[in-house]
Ligand binder design. Structure first.
Ligand code: SF4
Ligand code: MG
Length: 327
């Protein structure tokens, strides 16, 4: 299995008045080619910051303080402005959270397709529109009508589908989707995920999907990473994660997700409050909420360890097993 993106020891820091936040803290992650990888975690867990680092577009005052991000073996972090301009959209594109609102309200969709394309590559307008029409059909919109529309003439779900079509315009290898359906109703959500799966299957495109909702990604992802307080705490293939979660936070997310359980009454919310990033507890940041916390959890930060095929987690419950093997 080939990796399209390889992230190693990536950290992104934000210097704020109250102190420094490690929004992404030493994360290593592979994004396999042709697969859908999902990153799950509460808002503030670092998913969006990690994704913006892949585009080298971390917003100020965020700084990538260490690490490496390679796409097709090429290091993104050393790219110059000119190379980045080429790289964005044509190798990696991103549909930002609430992207529907980022369409220009006074410009017809047709013109927006042309402008977006020409900002990165040259081509005759006719060719651009042919490509755009094809993509609109992919997202099940009627090109003739949508081309002539202004954004306010489209529903939220239609605008989101236009944004997905935009993200595919320059034929990228990777599309990142940040909470692509969060603002939409459930039926529209399902519809959009259907469309994404279809696009993924037909174009073989690699996707990175960010969501706070583990039950949403269960339907589409091949592989899933769970983030907590800036760290990746578990990663594995989707079936493995759902049938054999190792990290207590991952199990907590699964137990708290109503649509994954047949019996709604048995959902259990994760107790305690989300971490204060300016004041992270020592050791494992999850320990104040973890029913399995041991003394070591309050002192020592657990590292990622292999716990199965293609399956890693950062939790002291599994170090013990390793130590026994070593001894
Ligand atoms: Fe719980 Fe300790 Fe594992 Fe953290 S390292 S999740 S506190 S058992
Ligand atoms: Mg986010």
């Amino acid at each position: 299995e080939q990796n399209l993106v390889e992230i190693r020891d990536l950290s992104v820091k934000f210097k704020l008045k109250g102190g420094t936040i490690r929004a992404v803290d030493n994360v290593s992650l592979d994004i396999p080619k042709g697969k859908v990888t999902a990153l799950v975690g509460e808002s503030g867990s670092g998913k969006s910051t990690l994704a913006s680092a892949i585009l080298k577009m971390v917003s100020s005052p965020g700084v990538i303080s260490n690490g490496e991000i390679k796409i097709n073996g090429e290091d993104i972090l050393t790219m110059k402005q000119r190379e980045l301009q080429q790289y964005r959209w044509s190798q990696v594109s991103m549909v930002f959270q609430a992207a529907q609102n980022s369409l220009n309200p006074v410009v017809r969709i047709k013109e927006q397709f042309i402008e977006t394309y020409l900002a990165h590559k040259k081509a005759p307008e006719k060719e651009i529109l042919e490509r755009a029409a094809q993509l609109l059909e992919y997202v099940r919109l009627e090109p003739k009508r949508v081309f002539e529309s202004f954004p306010h003439e489209l529903s939220g779900g239609m605008k989101q589908r236009v944004m997905i079509a935009f993200s595919l315009l320059l034929d990228p290898d990777l599309v990142i989707l940040d909470e692509p359906t969060t603002a939409l109703d459930v039926i529209t959500q399902d519809y959009i995920f259907d469309i994404l799966l279809k696009i993924h299957e037909e174009l073989g495109i690699t996707m990175l999907l960010l969501s706070h909702d583990i039950s949403v990604v269960a339907k589409v992802a091949d592989r899933i990473g769970v983030m907590y307080a800036g760290k990746l705490v578990e990663v594995g293939d989707i079936f493995e994660i759902f049938t054999n979660p190792k990290h207590p936070y991952t199990s907590g997310l699964i137990k708290a997700a109503p649509s994954l359980l047949e019996d709604l009454e048995h959902t259990v919310p994760i107790g305690g409050s989300p971490p204060d990033l300016l004041n992270l507890p020592l050791g494992c940041a999850f320990h104040p909420r973890c029913q399995f916390a041991k003394d070591i959890c309050k002192q020592v930060t657990p590292l990622m360890e292999t716990v199965g095929e293609n399956h890693l987690t950062a939790c002291h419950l599994y170090n013990a097993a390793r130590d026994e093997r070593v001894n």
